[in-house]
Ligand binder design. Structure first.
Ligand SMILES: NC(=O)c1ccc[n+]([C@@H]2O[C@H](COP(=O)([O-])OP(=O)(O)OC[C@H]3O[C@@H](n4cnc5c(N)ncnc54)[C@H](OP(=O)(O)O)[C@@H]3O)[C@@H](O)[C@H]2O)c1
Length: 248
């Protein structure tokens, strides 16, 4: 039997690199996606150097629909089916309401939700082929804690991530019965470059969730039986979602 295969977007960054590494350990052949060709090539070389399934990569912007078609076409040519689509790439940025421009908004919506919906749509045929071959397939979307509880200065980012949660729920409703599982992962602060703005405050002292923590969560979902679906996972640090002391 051929290897299971996965597409991982944002594989050139902290969480995506960790997810790709865990999936390769699980035996998945990979198509790595991001913009930074050097980082993708280096990761592909590292993973390939450990042996195991094939690793391919493609550099481009997920905001560009023709790039989404390229990803699907490349994965189809190499694997003919897709067992796991990981929509992980994301763009953040802090602005208060009153300072949000269309350009700021578009940069986040294009990658965080438009590309997630479009790439999933374009991969549906490949996911169905994996179901026909192996009984099930999966879509894992990296949302955020901010998609469960919107955060000040992250209004637009929170809105994109709430949309990812809603999209994932709809996927479950529409596709679970035919064997395509959908999971939204909603982490709090994770120790990647995206969390740099928080490094000098309490977050640094408390510690952050690690990219590996998120990757292990994805790994878990790949090991479950066909009948067992994990629709959503929220990962929090100790002080996240805790009310201020004057409210408690
Ligand atoms: N770090 C956190 O605290 C945290 C918490 C909750 C959720 N998340 C979510 O976790 C996911 C991964 O983020 P991270 O923390 O690992 O951040 P990161 O290190 O900044 O990685 C972001 C990834 O997204 C890719 N990306 C961004 N814009 C892209 C575009 N237009 N086209 C293609 N790829 C693009 C980047 O690729 P290039 O570098 O190659 O451009 C990079 O691989 C995101 O969806 C983020 O919203 C992060």
């Amino acid at each position: 039997m051929t290897s299971r295969s996965a597409i991982v977007t944002g594989a050139s960054g902290g969480i995506g690199t960790a997810i790709a590494t865990a999936l390769h350990e699980e035996g998945f052949a990979l198509t790595l996606v991001g913009r930074d060709a050097a980082k993708l090539a280096a990761l592909a070389e590292t993973l390939t150097g450990t042996g195991g399934a094939a690793v391919d990569w493609l550099a481009g912007s997920l905001a560009d629909e023709t790039f989404l078609d390229e990803i699907t076409a490349r994965h189809t040519a190499r694997h003919g089916a897709l067992d796991l689509l990981v929509n992980n790439a994301g763009v953040s940025g802090h602005r208060r309401v009153g300072e949000i421009t269309a350009e700021f908004l578009d940069a986040q919506f294009d990658v965080n939700i438009r590309a997630v919906i479009l790439l999933t749509d374009k991969c549906l045929g490949l996911l169905r082929k994996a179901v026909a071959l192996r009984g099930s397939a999966q879509v894992v979307n990296t949302a955020s804690n901010a998609g469960k509880r919107g955060e000040a200065t992250l209004a637009s980012y929170s809105a994109t991530k709430a949309a990812v949660v809603g999209f994932t729920e709809a996927l479950h409703d529409e596709l679970a019965a035919e064997g395509i599982k959908a999971t939204a992962i909603c982490p709090g602060l994770v120790d990647t470059p995206m969390a740099d703005a928080y490094r000098s405050g309490g977050a640094a002292a408390q510690g952050m969730i690690t990219p590996r923590d998120v990757a292990e969560t994805v790994r878990l979902t790949t090991r479950l039986s066909r009948a067992c679906i994990v629709p959503e996972v929220v990962l929090l640090r100790p002080n996240e979602w805790v009310q201020p002391s004057e409210v408690r």
